[in-house]
Design a protein around this ligand. Structure first.
Ligand code: PGA
Length: 244
């Protein structure tokens, strides 16, 4: 299966710099051996979709509400993301779990909403530093997978240890390999043979200099890239490091 390299721009980008970034990516994306996805802020989805139309790069949102519409001031629904040109959506990112108190149950509802709207979800899981230090990292991720993924789940998982996000301190290759093997087992247990085909991305301080080693590990189906995805040269370098 081709690896997926996904860029999460987070709350970064105004019209001028976001569209300039998309243009550089479009020019540089030919001949890559991986799937490439960018997830700009909701305000930039339509302009970036117009720039990327007809290219190999696909587009995603960073979150969606669990309802398709209604009295939810400030929220964005899955059909709205779809309408703005997205085919994917990141759900349950640790910044949403922490800053917006999102639970596994809510993430699960959002996965159902995304799927109903025709979006492919990337569901993020990952332990905090304290959970790892107390030996509860697999237990934590196991609960997140069991609670966040509905029956018949069709999408991608991103393992993102919270302590590795935006810190420059990526998980060690051994820790990534161990956790991805564990997640694969959980997916098989929950979804049978379909669980064997779900891509598992690694996220957390992926940079051009560590990407090749991480992407070469077994059960790593790609990367979810935050900071480095704002630099087109770095993001494309990570994409070129994907396993073919
Ligand atoms: P980072 O973010 O690459 O800046 O660590 C990853 C993420 O939050 O998806």
């Amino acid at each position: 299966m081709r690896q997926l390299i996904a860029g999460n721009w987070k709350m970064n980008g105004l019209l001028a710099d976001g569209t300039a970034l998309a243009q550089v990516l479009r020019q540089g994306c030919d001949g890559l051996g991986c799937d490439l996805l960018v997830c700009p802020p909701a305000t930039l989805l339509r302009p970036v979709a117009d720039i990327l139309a007809g290219s190999a790069i696909v587009l995603g949102g960073q979150d969606c509400h669990q309802a398709p519409n209604g009295a939810h001031t400030g929220d964005v629904s899955a059909p709205m993301l779809r309408d703005a040109g997205a085919n994917w959506v990141i759900l349950g990112h640790s910044e949403r779990r922490q800053n917006h108190h999102e639970t596994d149950e809510l993430v699960r509802e959002k996965v159902l909403a995304a799927t109903a709207a025709g979006l492919l979800p990337i569901v993020c899981v990952g332990e905090t530093e304290e959970q790892r230090e107390t030996g509860r990292e697999t237990e934590t991720v196991g609960w997140q997978i069991a609670g966040s993924l509905p029956d018949g789940f069709s999408g991608v998982i991103a393992y993102e240890p919270v302590w590795a996000i935006g810190t420059g301190r990526a998980a060690t290759e051994r820790d990534v390999a161990t956790m991805h093997a564990f997640i694969r087992e959980e997916l098989r247990r929950q979804f049978g043979t379909a669980g064997a085909a779900i891509r598992i991305l690694y996220g957390g301080s992926v940079k051009p200099d560590n990407a090749a080693a991480i992407l070469a590990l077994p059960e790593v189906g790609g990367a979810l890239v935050g900071g480095a995805s704002l630099d087109p040269a770095a993001f494309l370098a990570i994409a070129r490091a994907a396993r073919i």
